[in-house]
Design a protein around this ligand. Structure first.
Ligand code: HEC
Length: 134
């Protein structure tokens, strides 16, 4: 019986852990530290250096109204691509590299030069951003 319950709890542990099991609270403080200099969120958010990031998870890439994006991310948005959690994680790891790979264009550029190198930080940030989606 002992053995069986071990197997059962292992199965439960494996099935509940996804690669995006981030912590939204940790993500919120990371966002304040790392992203809020360029991005606003919340009811009165305005586009500043970067676009407003309310509802970004699942949104069309380069789809925030009245923000003047760079040409490369606009080109990617025009393919109809949306920000899944996986796309967001790849973007945050290295925005320029992400656009170059996604567009298959070695000259693609982006106005966002900031990178989040740690995967757990990206997961936490994405968990927080998901709470801002309706
Ligand atoms: C130094 C300023 C700066 C920082 C810091 C920054 N960003 Fe950005 N971000 C930008 C700019 C500028 C763009 C627009 C990119 C373009 O047009 O090429 C952007 C675009 C984005 C987009 C794409 C938005 C869309 O509508 O497609 C996401 C998502 C994003 N940023 C998330 C983040 C997150 C999360 C952080 C914190 C980890 C962060 N950014 C930190 C400046 C910044």
């Amino acid at each position: 019986m002992k053995h069986l319950s071990f197997v059962t709890s292992l199965v439960i542990a494996l099935s509940t852990s996804s690669s995006f099991a981030g912590d939204a609270e940790v993500g919120e403080s990371l966002f304040k530290k790392k992203c809020s200099t360029c991005h606003q969120v919340g009811a009165d958010a305005k586009n500043t250096v970067g676009p407003v990031l309310n509802n970004i998870v699942g949104n069309k890439i380069a789809g925030i109204e009245d923000y003047k994006y760079g040409a490369s991310i606009v080109a990617l948005g025009e393919t109809g691509a949306v920000w899944s959690e996986e796309e967001l994680s790849n973007w945050l790891a290295n925005p320029k590299k992400y656009l170059r790979a996604a567009l298959d264009d070695k000259k693609a550029k982006t106005k966002m030069s900031f990178k989040v190198k740690k995967e757990d930080e990206r997961d936490n940030l994405i968990a927080y951003l998901s709470t801002l989606s309706e």
